[in-house]
Design a protein around this ligand. Structure first.
Ligand code: PAF
Length: 282
């Protein structure tokens, strides 16, 4: 695996390839990331991964400074997973001046759910992804479905800017008990780790209730909030949304949408100091 830290060297190296496949990451890699690399590998003629902890997508009180940097283990894991090129620019390489130009995704998609609780998050994500796309110039890029809204926002950005990139959804990898793999799981204490399964468990119950014919979305969401809160969580949201636009379904369309597999349940909740997110398509 070739490690490249500058945009010029990356461009020179990738000039020899026709169809780079790309997996952007912020490092602290787990099996979920490596599954994205394995999924992306056969989709291109060279597999590029990036590691860049993007300051622009962290709020001032969030974990930018303490976000785990696990460079040696990440390099080894990427090489073992078949990564050909690791692009790992410094902050001054990717943002040589303060980044004045930013990508503003549409409010209707980006200011709800994650964007509501983390204002400006998707501006930071879109801006860095646009910049990484400009550096790597991939033909295909894989983004994890665990970050469901992020995947939708990136797909929309690629479509509206007519970028010649196919965005592919990477399936969510789960631990044996159902917890979605995430870099932030490393923050959990042993007790919290045992409790953490209840986020996916609650989403599963919501999904099952919908499949069983429940159409009172407000009651379903309230039950889910109450149940996690009673267990000591601080939920940001536990909601049922349309897959198409992440808007709430009306009561009259719930049954049809369940039939057409058109719904998704999404949740974000804090367990102690750790914020976890997850989702399940229904
Ligand atoms: O999902 C992530 O790890 C980040 O949001 C991404 C896409 C690498 C942009 O910094």
């Amino acid at each position: 695996m070739k490690i490249i830290t500058t945009v010029n060297e990356l461009r020179a190296h990738l000039a020899h390839f026709k169809r780079p496949a790309f997996v952007p990451t912020m490092g602290n890699l787990h099996d979920g990331h490596l599954a994205l690399v394995r999924q992306a590998k056969p989709l291109g003629d060279v597999l590029v991964a990036s590691i860049f902890v993007n300051r622009l997508q962290f709020l001032p009180h969030e974990d930018f400074d303490t976000y785990p940097r696990t460079w040696a283990a990440d390099c080894q894991a990427l090489a073992d997973a078949g990564c050909d090129v690791l692009f790992a620019p410094s902050e001054s390489e990717l943002y040589p001046q303060p980044q004045g130009y930013k990508v503003q995704p549409p409010v209707a998609l980006a200011d709800l759910l994650e964007g509501h609780f983390r204002p400006g998050f998707f501006i930071g994500v879109c801006t860095v992804v646009m910049k990484l796309f400009a550096c790597v110039q991939p033909r295909v890029a894989v983004f994890g479905q665990k970050d469901y809204q992020q995947l939708m926002v990136i797909k929309g950005m690629v479509q509206q800017f007519a970028l010649p990139i196919e965005v592919v959804a990477g399936r969510t990898l789960r631990a044996a008990d159902g917890l979605a793999l995430s870099s932030r799981n490393n923050y959990l204490s042993a007790t919290e780790r045992a409790e953490a399964v209840h986020l996916s468990g609650t989403l599963q119950q919501m999904a099952q209730a919908l499949k069983n014919g429940s159409s009172d979305i407000a009651a379903l969401e309230q039950q889910a909030l109450d149940s996690l809160t009673k267990r000591g969580w601080q939920p940001d949201y536990l909601v049922v949304r349309r897959r198409l636009d992440l808007q709430p379904p009306s009561a009259s369309e719930v049954a049809d949408l369940v039939q057409q597999q058109g719904l998704v349940v999404l949740g974000a909740a804090r367990l102690g100091a750790t914020r976890l997110i997850d989702n399940l398509e229904v």
